[in-house]
Design a protein around this ligand. Structure first.
Ligand code: DGT
Ligand code: CA
Ligand code: CA
Ligand code: ZN
Length: 583
């Protein structure tokens, strides 16, 4: 159990006591203890295990020390259990809404039976909140607005959306003379598909003016915290930004620590302890037993801190690419010097899914060709929709044949790149394909995908997809789960069975690089690789600019440990064509 988790439990007890109407001194004691625990740099869990006196910490008396010990050793807390037997613990969340304190939460619960945010929304929409003593129409509206904003905050930003806000902020901060270095850490640096918040790191010997510049950034809507070493703001977009200020000698250690993931860091720290080292955001320190428990984060002898690679090196590990830092075996691999040689954007030689004006794309085939040449590709595939997608102007066999004539003409003039004839063929309800076999046979690359009836019963959906990928002409299963991040859940079907069948029939699975899709996602790709499947990273471009989305796909591929050998569009043309020529 981490210090932050202990602090959160103490905070929860404080809020429940407040709702209950307990003695204010008692409430304050829990709040102070929570803050003290959160700020303490040694894990309290370790202190408990070593029998150290928790009462040495500021704000921690005998009673709360006993609670922390119980929490660490038992994983539960009697006083919390007693409180939640009386008061629903979901009321704590209610108090995070603007205008709802402990007293009001209690009133809403007692008078209207409101226990959750959802209950509160229903009651407010029915006008019941306005009727309560001490609320009124105005505060009812405020609550409804607050719920909306809270929900939005809970939501995670897609990485591409976050970039829109992060890049200008980073540029703005780097302009400041006191900023020696500025890096983005957290899930953003690990290139997760969505981010909860942004963790910035500024290296400076003059923190005051840097914090000042941060909090006065024009896009800031709210300053949550502006301390000496840490600041938090919420931008107008709703994106929360944490900024930490550190001295140059801690730069690498801070970058390591705040990049996470938390699970990765926990494993790393365990490794450090067995070597008599203490790893924190300030550095790696050789410590005696006493120093290991010291409240001074610089206790002991500093053995690393300035460079991130040194943090790993002092733990006898190779530097680990951020995308791998999810505690999925990367530390064991780094120990054996067996980290994968991850794919990079430069490794890609082509793009195998894009649309043109023949269906719903915005650019002509030749425009797309120019754009692919500009990106240094050796080949690309035009893969317009088939006729079942009527709204996209999907092509029937006759139109497809006409498209081939155009492709042949262009190819005759433009030998600098190879245009592959492809199609994104719809998988019909019963698993048949939306194009006749004699045309499928003549395509260079056949993609199949589900665009309709995404909510078939799982067994039917699975059978439908299996039937399609068993077709001997099929090369690629495009955007296999159909999800759209933060918008549409993946289809319900047996992905494992589909992956196994794809492996058996030499069907390549797509990693759709569009940041709204990223489908398959990292964990699925890891499984695909285990099953010996090949992957293709494609942009699904509908206009020239979309071709640049490739990098999001590469990020996701790196998170899945993929190398060039796993990804077919890193292959030279000849090898790619052989791979597409099944059987
Ligand atoms: P997010 O923001 O939900 O997308 O995910 P992260 O990974 O960016 O998480 P965040 O912002 O809460 O924290 C940033 C990094 O700081 C995290 O990846 C690792 C580090 N960190 C935060 N809390 C703890 C902690 O309690 N223990 C350890 N070891 N590291 C932590
Ligand atoms: Ca974060
Ligand atoms: Ca954060
Ligand atoms: Zn599609």
């Amino acid at each position: 159990m981490e210090n932050v988790e202990i602090a959160a439990v103490l905070e929860e007890v404080a809020t429940l006591l407040e709702i209950k109407g307990a003695n204010p001194f008692r409430i304050r004691a829990y709040q102070n203890a929570a803050r003290s625990v959160e700020e303490h740099s040694t894990p309290l869990k370790k202190m408990v295990e070593d029998g150290a006196a928790l009462t040495e910490l500021p704000g921690i008396g005998k009673e709360i020390a006993a609670h922390i010990t119980e929490l660490v050793l038992e994983g539960r807390l009697t006083v919390l259990d007693e409180l939640t037997a009386e008061i629903p613990s979901s009321l704590v969340e209610l108090t995070r809404l603007p205008g709802v304190g402990a007293k009001k939460a209690k009133k809403l619960w007692e008078a209207l039976g409101v226990e959750t945010i959802e209950d509160l929304k229903t009651a407010a929409q029915a006008g019941k909140v306005a009727e309560l003593d001490g609320f009124g129409e105005k505060s009812q509206q405020k609550i409804l607005k607050g719920i909306e904003a809270y929900r939005r905050r809970q939501g995670r930003f897609k990485i591409a959306d976050a970039e829109q806000h992060v890049e200008p902020l980073v540029a703005y901060l780097r302009q400041h003379r006191a900023v020696q270095r500025l890096e983005v850490a957290g899930s953003y640096r690990r290139r997760r598909e969505t981010v909860g918040d942004i963790d910035l790191l500024a290296i400076t010997t003059d923190p005051g003016p840097v914090m000042q510049r941060f909090t006065t950034y024009p896009e800031v809507r709210k300053v949550e915290l502006a301390g000496d070493t840490k600041g938090t703001v919420v931008l107008r977009s709703g994106l929360q930004i944490d900024l930490r200020l550190l001295p140059p000698e801690s730069c690498g250690a801070a970058l390591q620590y705040f990049t996470g993931s938390k699970e990765h860091n926990v494993r790393l720290r365990k490794r450090a302890v067995t070597r008599g080292l203490r790893v924190s955001e300030y550095g790696v320190f050789q410590v005696t037993e006493d120093e290991a428990e010291s409240a001074d984060p610089f206790a002991g002898t500093m053995v690393a801190g300035r460079e991130e690679a040194d943090v790993y090196a002092t733990l006898d590990l190779a530097w680990i690419p951020p995308e791998l830092r999810e505690d999925r075996g990367e530390i064991a691999a780094a120990e054996r010097d067996a980290l994968p040689d991850l794919i990079t954007l430069d490794d890609l030689r082509g793009d195998l899914q894009m649309h043109s004006t023949w269906s719903d794309g915005k650019n002509s085939i030749e425009d797309m060709l120019d754009a692919c040449v500009a990106r240094g590709y050796d080949y690309f595939a035009i893969t317009d929709h088939s006729k079942a997608l009527a709204m996209t102007g999907g092509l029937d066999a006759q139109k497809l044949a006409a498209q081939w004539e155009e492709i042949d003409q262009i190819a005759a003039r433009r030998s600098e790149i190879r245009v592959l004839k492809g199609m994104e063929v719809d998988i019909l309800r019963d698993g048949r394909l939306d194009l006749e076999d004699e045309f499928l046979e003549r395509l260079d690359v056949v993609l199949v995908s589900v665009h309709s009836l995404l909510d078939l019963p799982p067994a039917k959906q699975t059978a439908r997809i299996l039937a399609a990928i068993r077709h001997p002409e099929v090369n690629i299963l495009a955007h296999p789960t159909g999800r759209q991040i933060n918008r549409r859940d993946p289809m319900q079907f047996d992905l494992e069975e589909v992956l196994q069948c794809a492996a058996e029939h030499e069907v390549i699975v797509e990693l759709n690089a569009h940041p709204d899709r990223l489908d398959l996602k990292d964990s699925h790709l890891i499984r695909a690789k285990e099953l010996g499947l090949r992957v293709v990273i494609s942009t699904d471009a509908h206009r020239i600019g979309d071709l640049d989305l490739m990098r999001y796909g590469v990020d996701q591929a790196r998170r899945a440990w993929l190398t060039t050998g796993d990804v077919v569009n890193t292959f030279p043309l000849k090898r790619l064509l052989e791979t597409l020529q099944k059987r």
